[in-house]
Design a protein around this ligand. Structure first.
Ligand code: SAH
Length: 350
């Protein structure tokens, strides 16, 4: 099943064709689009301005607004971060995070059920990729949280479970819908897409000129080390990745962010900081340092505060922009995929 059946993921043009097929006036497409993307309709029943007979006909053919229902909501006592477990039409579950920053609310969404990239520190990938999310299911996470909390969403990060570039067509469809002037009308500046580095897709996205922030999960300054814990590094070299990042900057004018999760004794050494400085020298980039969130299935440990600070200082000495991203919602399993796994396992969250 895909977007062609999920009304939430349809473009206004596709809705227009659908309405024509069902003998409906063209303005219905706009009515439906606005109720979903600018209103708060999360089901056909909530689109109250279209005839019931039309809804019946659509449902009979399996065309519907696919559910993205909140099954659980957890709130961090440390920083107010909220995590949500959603149920999908086929029984799969996914997770999203809501964070509040000075500039407003930010939502981190999932792009796939599971992931097949295999990064060894990440919980999302432990059971592989189950399926792609369609664009409506990506939007649904945002709309459901917005509705539940009654908030205005400032920014979106596609940084939850899954590899967005491994679900490229749905990602692009999602982006086009979220920036649509008749919908949420979000600016590209307030969108971040994070990838482990699928270079041809980075280039494709750059060619489409989405002026969004690209975040590349680098985590290592050398191919040799990167290959020991990120399987994708066997497919693309860091040199290729850097060229794709430069290309993205060239096409969009947007500074690329490099994510660097610090793992004790693995990639948090002085040598790594020096090597990373050399790699990024002269580039208009930014490094996000994230002390790794340990998962119980793996042996990796978080770098000490001292190592994290020393790493940052070394980068700054070499004139590389860096910030330490504080872990949010540590008490509610905020690491990618941890909450979902816990939900699926016997150990249900309280
Ligand atoms: N697949 C995409 C987006 C999802 S992961 C990507 O690889 O970028 C979002 C970010 O969290 C990535 O930088 C990822 O490497 C990082 N990450 C995953 N698990 C983590 C953990 N346990 N601790 C710290 N960072 C983690």
């Amino acid at each position: 099943m895909g977007y062609e059946r999920n009304i939430m993921g349809m473009t206004i043009e596709e809705l227009g064709e659908l309405m024509m097929k069902y003998g409906q006036p063209a303005y219905r497409a706009k009515q439906i689009f606005e109720r979903i993307h600018a209103g708060d309709a999360m089901s056909l029943d909530e689109i109250t301005n279209i005839p019931a007979s039309l809804k019946e006909k659509l449902r009979a053919e399996g065309i519907d607004v696919f559910p993205v229902n909140i099954l659980e909501r957890l709130e961090s006592k440390l920083d107010g971060t909220k995590k949500y477990i959603f149920g999908l039409h086929d029984g799969n579950v996914i997770e999203s995070v809501l964070m509040e920053y000075k500039h407003g609310y930010s939502i981190c969404i999932s792009s796939q059920v599971g992931c097949r990239m295999g990064c060894t520190f990440c919980a999302s990938t432990l059971d592989g990729r189950i399926r792609n999310l369609d664009a409506g299911e990506m939007l649904g996470q945002i709309y459901a949280i917005k509705k539940k909390e009654g908030i205005k969403v400032h920014s979106i990060v596609v940084m939850g479970c899954g590899e967005p570039m491994d679900n490229f067509d749905n990602l692009v469809r999602f982006l086009n819908l979220i920036i649509h002037p008749m919908g949420m009308n979000l600016s590209g500046r307030n969108i971040t897409v994070s990838t482990c580095g699928i270079t041809e897709k980075i280039r494709e996205l750059a060619d489409m000129k989405f002026a969004l922030t690209l975040a590349i999960s680098l985590h290592s300054p050398t191919d040799e080390l990167r290959r020991t814990f990120m399987p994708i590094a066997n497919k693309y070299t860091i040199e290729e990745l850097m060229k794709a990042a430069d290309y993205f900057f060239e096409k969009t004018g947007r500074r690329v962010t490099f994510e660097y999760s610090l793992i004790k004794g693995l990639n948090d050494t002085k040598e790594c900081a020096m090597e990373l400085s050399r790699l990024l020298a002269g580039k208009n980039s930014h490094v996000n340092l994230i002390p790794v969130n340990p998962i119980k299935e793996r042996k990796w440990e978080r770098s000490s505060d001292n190592s994290v600070n020393a790493f940052k200082l070394m980068l700054e000495k070499n004139r590389i922009n860096a910030t330490i991203r504080r872990g949010m919602g540590a008490d509610i399993d905020a690491a990618c995929g941890q909450l979902r796994r816990r939900y699926l396992g016997s150990e249900r969250p309280e």
